[in-house]
Write a new protein. Structure first.
Length: 142
């Protein structure tokens, strides 16, 4: 695994606050982490798949996606540093409003930081793909 730079622990703490805000459906608080020119990409198999550019578009995307939940959470399990990126292994467990069954999955969210703000975010349904995209070592997946 790559070594942490002095600023990255603060960024990892900001990411923990991001997931906590997402879980309580506090969309304005989720945006505190992001640069105004944030670019967020969800995988093809995700609802709202594609790339969302700018704070307003990302806000609308998160509000729409989170608005489909009846209950659930996205819990960060592990943080890995790869250069200017942080890879977050996330366990998702949600029940959508129109469903009775729970959906569960393990994702890798990769964030690129500049000056303490996330300028890029990309979600991967396959954790190894997320590690590869971030330039992290495959051994870090274990």
């Amino acid at each position: 695994m790559h070594k942490q730079t002095p600023s990255l622990p603060a960024e990892a703490e900001a990411l923990k606050r991001f997931y906590a805000a997402l879980n309580r459906n506090d969309i304005p608080a989720t945006l505190e982490l992001f640069d105004p020119h944030i670019e967020w990409t969800d995988p093809a198999e995700a609802p709202g798949a594609g790339t969302h550019r700018g704070l307003a578009a990302v806000e609308a995307h998160f509000a729409s996606a989170r608005g489909t939940w009846a209950e659930g959470s996205c819990e960060p399990e592990r943080f890995l540093v790869a250069g200017d990126k942080i890879v977050v292994f996330v366990r998702v467990r949600v029940r959508l409003k129109h469903e009775t069954d729970w959906r569960e999955g393990q994702l890798a969210d990769v964030y690129t930081f500049r000056n303490g703000r996330a300028v890029g975010g990309r979600s991967f349904a396959d954790r190894r793909q997320g590690l590869e995209w971030a330039g992290a070592e495959a051994a870090d997946a274990g």
